[in-house]
Design a protein around this ligand. Structure first.
Ligand code: IPD
Ligand code: CA
Ligand code: CA
Length: 270
């Protein structure tokens, strides 16, 4: 393991903690305004402020690294980046709808990959007082305590999370998959933060999570789930425009014992 990895992890944790304070303060003081991207996707002034804070600190400290950020560089051409260049993947607020509605399920997500390897992930949930992190090959943790996936053995006892896209026209096949899960599993949760759904699988609070999401939603959480023992795979095999290491299209993450059963349930032509 490169000695830089520990340093980068500490740096990412510090950024995520400070960003979390900004998020809590903005909500306590109601100092944010709402806007809409592409007419339907909520974004607040706090998403932008937190993004600016995180990205400017990365540029200041690691000018040779690249940044893929939901709010300031979502169209970054990842294909042109060398295999040895660290790429930070930032979601300043994962769970913006929750944030704006006064819910607590909100996170800052910071991931870093190099070439085809996820190196580190930090997901800080400031209203919940929980900070999750993982370093490749070193396990996953929540507030310093090691995480492990659940030992669920049967679908009928499994609790499964998913999410729905802002784009309503894409809903029909998702609702059909949710129906299949509901018929065979214990229940379904829609918590509103993909990054936290992945951490909940890592913590054994959920047995599986599936959704089509963007790189910034999953870059950190996928490593945290993986390092806690989850299997990270896909129920859609469509070619993605994103490199595999940050491809969130048709993502299925579950406790390994049940992965094949979940896949059989939702890997259907719809
Ligand atoms: C959203 C959340 C949500 C998921 C959506 C994401 P945002 O991210 O992760 O749980 O269902 O697909 O877009 O917009 O709050 O950063
Ligand atoms: Ca997100
Ligand atoms: Ca976001």
């Amino acid at each position: 393991m490169s000695e830089n990895y520990e340093e980068w992890l500490d740096f990412a944790k510090a950024l995520a903690m400070k960003a979390g304070e900004m998020i809590v303060t903005a909500r306590e003081n109601s100092t944010f305004v709402r806007d809409y991207k592409m007419d339907h996707e909520l974004v607040t002034s706090t998403d932008i402020a937190v993004d600016q804070y995180i990205c400017s600190r990365i540029v200041e400290n690691y000018p040779s690294h690249c940044i893929l950020s939901e709010e300031s560089s979502p169209h970054m051409d990842l294909g042109s980046i060398g295999d040895d260049v660290p790429v930070w993947v930032i979601d300043p607020i994962d769970g913006t709808v929750n944030f704006a509605h006064g819910h607590h399920h909100v996170a800052v997500s910071i991931g870093l990959y190099i070439g085809d390897q996820r190196i580190l992930g930090v997901v800080n949930a400031p209203f919940l007082g929980e900070c999750f992190w993982a370093l490749k090959g070193s396990g996953a943790f929540c507030n310093g305590k090691p995480l492990a996936v659940s030992s669920a053995q049967e679908l009928r006892n499994a609790l499964v999370a998913t999410g729905f896209p802002y784009q309503k026209t894409a809903l029909t096949p998702i609702v059909e998959r949710v129906s299949r899960i509901l018929h065979h599993c214990q229940d379904v949760r829609r918590n509103g933060s993909a990054a936290l759904d992945l951490c909940w699988v890592a913590a054994g609070r959920l047995d599986a999570y599936f959704e089509s999401v963007k790189p910034w939603d999953m870059a950190a959480g996928a490593l945290i789930a993986e390092e806690a023992g989850a299997k990270v795979g896909y129920y859609l095999s469509n070619a993605s425009a994103w490199p595999d290491v940050v491809n969130g299209e048709g993502l299925l993450v579950s406790t390994p014992q049940l992965y094949a059963d979940f896949l059989a349930l939702i890997d259907v032509d719809l």
